[in-house]
Design a protein around this ligand. Structure first.
Ligand code: ATP
Length: 370
């Protein structure tokens, strides 16, 4: 069993800086876990502690049932894939893949078998005699993966393995790594700053900020029920709109009001806000661009959640358009609408929110209220 348990783990660097604070998580056997967050949030440090490349300052790390805080990297039964690939330039692909096994004194036949099997899985059998410099970026990445696969480790650790590839190849390799995970049935812990990679690859996502876990959940839950404004804004593209304003009560209904407009909060959500004492208070309203609608049917059905605004910028993405609108709050609001209607900058149009998908955040703590 290859579950990985981090028990209240801290990393303090020698200069006194705490890069990881109270990281507490059980990673399940065969799980694809993605650590995501902006640059400097501590995700690589966490991965490097699991690999044994950094000491753990406080807390315990278990791989399987074994406490490994003081176990050297080579004895942890893990394999790590780096962003830089770290291939040996003077060795062939075969030699690169075989190297770790040779060091561990595997028999020649066993090495040959494992390298060929991994090469077959990764579709690089025809490249085994080449040197790294004779390979494309994508092929090099496959070799780096192959070198990890031949070890048949309990756990794979991957640190931004796709960030050196161009956009198209990245999408392709993303799918391949997901397929590889299904096939190998091992635990993968994967670090990225790219929220799309996290959303598409992870069984669960850990969102980190300033060394602290913000939320751990499935991609769908993280997307639909973000724990706070940071997670809400980090996951999803284009980002969620945040609008400052207040909640007010009028004739028994609760409204969110901001510069230029006011929208009604659905009764079910309103009662929750009342109970928590948010009516009459300043809050932040959150709405994802795809929950802002321009379809006439939607507008007619939702007069209480509509506003009239001005198209400031319109970006045509082909199948859809991103509209940057003024008229709801102080800042521009992004709407992601179908491209069947071509809007020009300056146009005044009506849009409406799907209020069941609206979020309310506490202005002070930035935590999700609803
Ligand atoms: P990136 O995506 O940029 O790699 P990250 O989330 O992986 O970011 P880490 O590399 O884990 O971030 O670094 C976390 C924090 O710890 C950063 O603020 C970094 O400057 C700091 N840090 C990293 N290594 C050391 C070190 N050896 N000494 C002191 N501080 C360090």
């Amino acid at each position: 069993m290859a579950q990985v348990r981090l028990n209240h783990v801290f990393k303090r660097y020698n200069n006194g800086f705490t890069a990881v604070k109270d990281f507490h998580l059980d990673i399940k056997d065969k799980e694809f876990l993605v650590l995501v967050g902006p640059s400097g949030c501590g995700k690589s440090t966490t991965l490097r502690m699991i690999a044994g490349l950094e000491d753990i300052s406080e807390g315990e790390l278990y791989i399987g049932d074994r406490l490994v805080n003081d176990v050297p990297p080579k004895d942890r039964d893990i394999a790590m894939v780096f962003q830089s690939y770290a291939l040996y330039p003077h060795m062939t692909v075969y030699e690169n893949m075989a190297f770790g096994l040779k060091l561990r004194k595997f028999k020649k036949e066993e090495i040959k078998e494992r390298v060929h099997e991994a090469a077959r899985i990764l579709d690089i059998e025809h490249l085994l005699d080449r040197k790294p410099k004779q390979l494309s970026g994508g092929q090099r990445q496959r070799v780096a993966l192959g070198r990890a696969i031949v070890r048949e480790p309990q756990v794979f650790l991957m640190d931004e393995p796709l960030s050196n590839l161009d956009a198209k190849l990245r999408v392709q390799m993303r799918t391949e790594i997901s397929k590889l995970h299904q096939r190998l049935e091992t635990t993968i812990i994967y670090v990225t700053h790219d929220q799309t990679e996290a959303m598409t690859m992870g069984d669960r996502i850990v969102v980190m900020r300033d060394g602290v876990i913000q939320q751990v959940d499935t991609p769908t839950e993280i997307y639909n029920k973000p724990a706070n404004m940071f997670v809400a804004g980090f996951i999803g593209s284009p980002s969620m709109n945040f609008v400052e304003g207040s909640l007010i009560e009028e004739s028994g209904d609760v409204y969110f009001t901001t510069t230029g407009a006011k929208v009604k909060i659905p009764a079910g959500k309103a009662s929750g806000l009342r109970e928590q004492g948010y009516v009459g208070k300043e809050v932040v309203f959150g709405i994802r661009p795809e929950a802002v609608h321009d379809e006439p049917v939607f507008l007619e059905a939702s007069p209480d959640s509509a506003f009239e605004g001005k198209v400031e910028v319109a970006e045509n993405m082909g199948a859809e358009m991103y509209l940057y609108m003024s008229g709801f709050g102080e800042k521009w609001l992004t709407a992601r609408v179908n491209a069947r209607t071509q809007y020009a900058p300056g146009a005044r149009i009506k849009l409406a929110f799907d209020m069941n998908k609206a979020h309310i955040f506490d202005k002070e703590t930035e935590k999700t209220v609803l």
